[in-house]
Write a protein that binds this ligand. Structure first.
Ligand SMILES: NC(=O)c1ccc[n+]([C@@H]2O[C@H](COP(=O)([O-])OP(=O)(O)OC[C@H]3O[C@@H](n4cnc5c(N)ncnc54)[C@H](OP(=O)(O)O)[C@@H]3O)[C@@H](O)[C@H]2O)c1
Length: 252
């Protein structure tokens, strides 16, 4: 049994990592800013409580992120975590497929976090995954009450169940540090039009959709599918299966 800290262990991905590692008998700590939500209260942005949460653990899974600010605070958060984690045997960072090819602000910040980890001297594994089913669902739920939902119908995604990524992350953190792990993708590449159709077939919403024409390099990259990794169709659960069973919203 190992002692493992999961940052972001209350999030859409992290909660599955926590459950899986606990099922395997590990002593799992969960850092959260919210009292009662994890085992340790702390804030990666200020560094408060981080050293206490890391003290004595064998490994850290870093799955915390502040998307609301395009991940800007993630850089300081990762710095603070690394400063506290100099003695750990293995740190796993969850990243995103294609962040070096898509000039999206959140992705640029994640790339900086990857670089900080690579240069830190902490034995590590960086696992890049494609977009989660939960994220695509949240995007569709965000527009489903509109009379006409505008969506970038020609964007490509390779959505993957967060629980499938969690299983891979849990497997990797129990093994040796790999540096960069192979990318991890969902079972199929689909356009947003196909994703929306499968979602509507089950939920009957959004009632009407219209193509949102997005200009610029970021949109071009998503249309080209730079965020996909068709050579790695690792995830088991397909989007249509997820759509048929999804309850609630993992994000808001
Ligand atoms: N979503 C996707 O499609 C996707 C795809 C590939 C990779 N990823 C990556 O996977 C990771 C997890 O994503 P997710 O979608 O599961 O995220 P999420 O559901 O938004 O969860 C974010 C987590 O970060 C924690 N957090 C944020 N700011 C914090 C701070 N200052 N101090 C401590 N904890 C903080 C939150 O904890 P509390 O609120 O409890 O404090 C929460 O547990 C991220 O690195 C993301 O970039 C996501």
């Amino acid at each position: 049994m190992s002692s493992i800290l999961v940052t972001g262990g209350t999030g859409a991905l992290g909660r599955h990592i926590v459950s899986l590692l606990r099922e395997e008998g590990h002593d799992v700590r969960v850092l959260s800013r919210r009292p009662g939500a994890g085992t340790h209260i702390g804030d990666l942005r200020t560094g408060e409580g981080v050293a206490e949460a890391v003290a004595g653990v064998d490994a850290v899974v870093h799955a915390a992120s502040d998307f609301r600010k395009f991940g800007g605070p993630d850089i300081e958060q990762t710095r603070n975590l690394l400063a506290a984690a100099t003695g750990v045997g293995h740190l796993l960072y969850v990243s995103i497929v294609g962040i070096d090819r898509i000039p999206f602000r959140y992705y640029r910040n994640k790339l900086t976090c990857e670089q900080l980890i690579t240069e830190s001297g902490v034995p590590h594994t960086i696992l890049r995954a494609t977009q989660f089913h939960e994220l695509i669902a949240a995007m569709l739920q965000g527009v489903e009450r509109l009379p006409i939902a505008p969506l970038p119908l020609d964007f490509r995604f390779q959505p993957v169940a967060a629980v499938d990524v969690a299983a891979r992350a849990a497997e990797l953190i129990q093994g040796p540090p790999l540096g960069r792990a192979p990318d991890f993708g969902g079972p199929e590449v689909l356009t947003m039009a196909e994703l929306a159709d499968a979602w509507r077939a089950v939920r009957s919403r959004p009632r009407r959709i219209v193509r949102l024409p997005l200009p610029g390099r970021v949109a071009r990259a998503f249309r080209a599918g730079y965020n996909t990794c068709p050579d790695h169709t690792d995830g088991v659960q397909r989007w249509a299966q997820y759509a048929a069973t999804a309850e609630g919203n993992a994000y808001f």
